[in-house]
Design a protein around this ligand. Structure first.
Ligand code: AMP
Length: 561
């Protein structure tokens, strides 16, 4: 563990000897092993893009993930080592994560559409030792390889895994393996390693206004609040079939797409593909999903696709309730969705750092449309002023949570200053503005930072600016979010070109594609404005508020697809 940062105090979370151990505290034991003795209990229904369906019981996933744990142990992975995935939503993602957790390793999930820069930043920061990757990612890994000194092994998944492993082996000194071959030699038995509640279990990278993404560290203790909210808010039990549409690369897909339902023994549905209105409605109906956790963007897309018509009469849904998270859900969308699906729609609020839902609408609580609901059990939430005093009802301030919340993050990896900056007078401060009304309902107002919310995913302007700056035509770039009626915001880039370059639509498209290739599709600018200069403060800081209002620049703006 040479890479562990001593000054954060976080290295203790990964140091085995610092903790009293207990098997029930291992998240993988609680979410999987515990259910495996009931041989036929359904855990996962997985549908591919081409429509084939595979089901797995907890027992089957238990054995598959045991093989993963044994294979990782053979590669020298131990407690506290970081094991990441760069996989699509396939069963291999789930068994790899659970297998690594059983070993006491600390897991992290990368979106499979990440480009080399996004991959390299996160793996290098986390000091990842092993990566499970789609065979199709081999080229991206070769691009990122030079910046990954801690990475020792890549385990490839998919049809072309053998070829990808060969290529990687030929090009560098990494251990390159084929998952199926590695697992074939492993026994299906493994006892989850006893860990302590306070021991790290996963990293999730989150974007801020400045700097690269920060690694949010969570511990095995997170299981308590995930199980509690799965009961209190999602009202899940084993009779549900639950579909969380979020990718596990986003904290929602990790915590509520995998752990929360499995902690209650509730089967999950996973679809490998991306959003398509007709297909998703058909999936809800054919699989008889009872509980659906999605985003406001999804509902808005469905609303636009469907016009005013109701689906419920034409389709044989089994839905009982719908949940959304990640961006504001307006009353109009709730009204439409409740009418269209014939079931209640519950918005809720949390963030990567809180680890679990902290404010939620839920069954049994009257919904005030447009509000995020009330604080959940175990979360003391308030709206505070600059001194940390609770504000009176209906006054907008900072949404804050007492650190007694058992799922609260343990800190940002390597960043003690940034971690400390989140706390004020005994509160964890979310960087969201909002108000609480006289009945205790919370209303979202705005983010207090410049992070861009697009399709519920968060994009750090700085990451996009850095990616743009690597293009030879760019002298300077600044990035903001501008309002979008469907996706909440979209990325807009302001670019000052080098003297020899002309502001053309072709160049705007080229820049957008450059960002997408380096980072991800969601970070791709949808508007590029070429301007002569960027508005800056006397100290040289870009004035994003001026860019957002964009009244004085009058550059040439291209709206892209
Ligand atoms: P993340 O950490 O990526 O899950 O993003 C968390 C952020 O998403 C929060 O800090 C809010 O800015 C936003 N968010 C989450 N839930 C809601 C909601 N129900 N309404 C408005 N914004 C939300």
């Amino acid at each position: 563990m040479a890479t562990l940062e001593k000054s954060t105090g976080l290295h203790d979370l990964l140091r085995p000897e610092a903790h009293p151990r207990s098997v029930p505290d291992n998240l993988a034991w609680a979410a999987l092993t515990r259910h495996a003795h009931r041989r036929w209990q359904l855990a996962l229904i997985w549908e591919t893009r081409t429509g084939s369906v595979r089901t797995s019981t907890f027992f089957e996933l238990e054995r598959a993930s045991n093989r993963v744990a044994n294979a990782l142990a053979q590669l020298g992975v131990g407690r506290g080592d970081r094991v990441f995935t760069l996989l699509g939503r396939t069963p291999a993602l789930y068994t790899s994560l659970l297998g690594a957790l059983k070993l006491g390793a600390v897991v992290g999930v990368l979106f499979s559409d990440f480009g080399p820069t996004a991959i390299q930043q996160r793996l290098a920061d986390a000091g990842a030792k092993v990566l499970f990757a789609e065979a199709t990612s081999a080229a991206k890994l070769l691009d990122a390889r030079a910046g990954l000194p801690d990475l020792e092994h890549v385990i490839f998944v998919g049809k072309e895994a053998s070829r990808a492993a060969r290529e990687l082996r030929a090009a560098c000194d990494l251990g390159a393996w084929v998952l199926d071959e590695l697992l074939a030699k492993q026994p299906p038995c493994f006892s989850p390693v006893p860990v302590a509640r306070s021991e790290a279990c996963f990293f999730v990278y989150t974007s801020g206004t400045t700097g690269p993404p920060k690694g949010v560290v969570h511990c095995h203790a997170i299981a308590d609040q995930l199980a509690a909210t799965a009961r209190e808010v999602l009202a899940l039990d084993e009779s549900d079939l639950y579909w969380c549409t979020a990718d596990p690369g986003w904290v929602t897909g990790l915590c509520y797409g995998i752990f929360a339902p499995w902690l209650l023994g509730c089967p999950i549905f996973v679809y490998e593909g991306e959003f398509a209105a007709e297909r998703w409605l058909e999936l809800l109906e054919r699989h008889q999903i009872t509980c659906w956790y999605t985003t406001p963007t999804t509902l808005r897309r469905l609303m636009n696709w469907a016009g005013r018509r109701s689906f419920a009469e034409q389709r044989d849904f089994a839905l009982r309730r719908i949940y959304t998270v990640g961006e504001p859900l307006g009353p109009e969308v709730i009204a439409w969705a409740e009418e269209a699906f014939g079931v209640p729609v519950y918005d809720n609020y949390w963030q990567t750092e809180t680890g679990a839902q902290v404010i939620a609408n839920r069954p049994g609580l009257p919904v005030k449309r447009g509000s995020m609901g009330k604080a959940v059990a175990g979360a003391h939430v308030a709206v505070i002023d600059e001194q940390g005093n609770e504000l009176p009802p209906n006054v907008v301030g900072d949404i804050a949570v007492r650190p007694t919340l058992s799922s609260l993050f343990k800190g940002y990896w390597h960043l003690p200053e940034a971690t400390r900056a989140c706390f004020r007078a005994g509160w964890y401060v979310t960087r969201d503005k909002g108000r609480r009304d006289e009945d205790g309902y919370f209303w979202f107002a705005a983010r207090a930072d410049d992070v861009i919310t697009c399709e519920a995913r968060k994009i750090g302007p700085c990451e996009v600016e850095n990616a743009l700056a690597t293009h030879p035509a760019v002298a300077e770039a600044a990035v903001v979010g501008v309002p979008d009626p469907v996706t909440t915001e979209r990325v807009k880039a302001f670019v000052v070109l080098r003297p020899d370059r002309q502001p053309t639509r072709e160049l705007a498209v080229e820049l957008a594609e450059h960002v997408e290739a380096q980072l991800s599709a969601v970070a791709r600018p949808r508007e590029v404005e070429f301007c002569a200069h960027l508005p800056r403060t006397n100290s040289g800081k870009v004035q994003r508020a001026k860019l957002r209002s964009a009244t004085e620049l009058q550059g040439r703006c291209f709206v892209l697809q």
